[in-house]
Design a protein around this ligand. Structure first.
Ligand SMILES: [Zn+2]
Length: 78
C-alpha cells in the first residue's frame, strides 16, 4: 500500500490494544456510551472495528494497518 500523502510504500503492521472495550471509529462528537453496543455506535454513523466488549475478561484487538513514518500517517483496514 502506498501512502496517500507522499506516495511512498508504507510499512505493514497493526494497531493493537489489550483489555479494551473494542475499537471504534466515531464521527466528531460521537460517544461510545456507558454500555457499548454495535447499534449505538452505528446509529451515530460510527464503525465497529472490534468488539464491543462489555466484560472484564481479557480481549485483544488487532487491526491490520500500514504506516508512513515520514508523514506520520496510519491507514487501517476494516
Ligand atoms: Zn507518506
Amino acid at each position: 500500500m502506498n501512502c496517500p500523502v507522499c506516495g511512498k510504500e508504507m510499512e505493514k503492521g497493526k494497531v493493537t490494544t489489550d483489555y479494551s472495550r473494542g475499537l471504534f471509529f466515531l464521527p466528531p462528537g460521537g460517544k461510545i456510551g456507558f454500555v457499548a453496543t454495535r447499534k449505538g455506535i452505528e446509529k451515530q454513523g460510527g464503525i465497529v472495528l472490534d468488539g464491543p466488549y462489555n466484560t472484564n475478561l481479557p480481549n485483544e484487538t488487532e487491526i491490520p494497518a500500514y504506516i508512513c513514518r515520514d508523514c506520520r500517517k496510519i491507514v487501517m483496514e476494516y
